[in-house]
Design a protein around this ligand. Structure first.
Ligand SMILES: N=c1c2ncn([C@@H]3O[C@H](COP(=O)(O)OP(=O)(O)OP(=O)(O)O)[C@@H](O)[C@H]3O)c2ncn1[C@@H]1O[C@H](COP(=O)(O)O)[C@@H](O)[C@H]1O
Length: 108
């Protein structure tokens, strides 16, 4: 689909790797290792993105961000979360200030 967002396309590729051969697919290898390993990779890539921001270059921030987003799509597929679930939440938050949202949580 020409206008499909790259993250939706990536998610479709990743989800299709469930049950594929771990010898030929890094994604299949992650699925075979399980949720703890996938979650660990998301954490590692998040930390690497932070390190890139604090000590490296904007190009490195971009490439670490791509690693992070890829591993996040693997975690979504592992957890049965679809990209549209996340897009929906972001859409619902549009126009709501983060400061106002935090204040409303404190009032609960
Ligand atoms: N976008 C990515 C992508 N980004 C990063 N990576 C891989 O993520 C790994 C991260 O590197 P690390 O050094 O942190 O990982 P590692 O040391 O190999 O792993 P561990 O020892 O920590 O388990 C590398 O092997 C990268 O190649 C990705 N692997 C796959 N994709 C996409 O997923 C698609 C399917 O890939 P396969 O499942 O491999 O066919 C590809 O066509 C791409 O579109």
């Amino acid at each position: 689909m020409a206008d499909q967002h790259i993250l939706d396309a990536l998610y479709a590729t990743v989800a299709a790797r469930k049950g594929a051969d771990p010898n030929t697919s890094y994604t299949a290898k992650l699925f075979a290792k399980g949720t703890a390993k996938i979650a660990q990779k998301v954490g590692e890539e998040g930390v690497e993105t932070v390190i890139a921001a604090l000590a490296e270059t904007p190009d490195k921030v971009a490439s670490e961000s791509a690693d992070l987003l890829y591993h996040l799509t693997v975690l979504w597929a592992d957890q049965g979360v679809k990209p549209e679930d996340v897009w929906q939440i972001l859409a619902e938050r549009q126009g709501i200030s983060g400061i106002a949202e935090k204040a409303s949580r404190k009032a609960d």
